[in-house]
Ligand binder design. Structure first.
Ligand code: SF4
Ligand code: SF4
Length: 101
């Protein structure tokens, strides 16, 4: 077992190879894990309806609202878990919230 080192967990990783209690030793590694696979619901951002108020951006717990040059440009589906917070907070009902395929 590795101590004080980052462990990349895959479907091939055995319990003997993970850290005790699943401890994460290095912060800032969320980007390495494609948590979007957990999603059962999917937010669909409709660009033509968006007023660019940016209210949805800070509330996303997975930093999955993509912003470029101060404007929303889409959703990072590799990391969006489909929690629906962005859907709820948007005052302009921009998002559709649909079942994942
Ligand atoms: S559904 Fe949740 S995780 Fe996905 S973009 Fe919206 S707030 Fe972020
Ligand atoms: S909250 Fe709604 S209107 Fe505001 S930026 Fe997000 S999607 Fe666009």
């Amino acid at each position: 077992m590795k101590d004080n080192k980052k462990v990349t967990i895959t479907t091939e990783t055995t319990w003997k190879e993970i850290t005790p209690g699943g401890i994460i030793y290095e912060a800032g590694n969320a980007h390495n894990y494609k948590t979007g696979e957990w999603r059962s619901m999917k937010p669909i951002w409709n660009s033509e309806k968006c007023k660019q108020c940016l209210l949805c951006f800070p509330v996303c717990p997975d930093s999955s609202i993509l912003v470029e040059d101060g404007k929303i440009v889409g959703i990072d589906y590799d990391h969006c878990k489909g929690c629906g917070v962005c859907v709820e907070v948007c005052p302009f009902k921009v998002f559709d919230f649909v079942k994942e395929d």
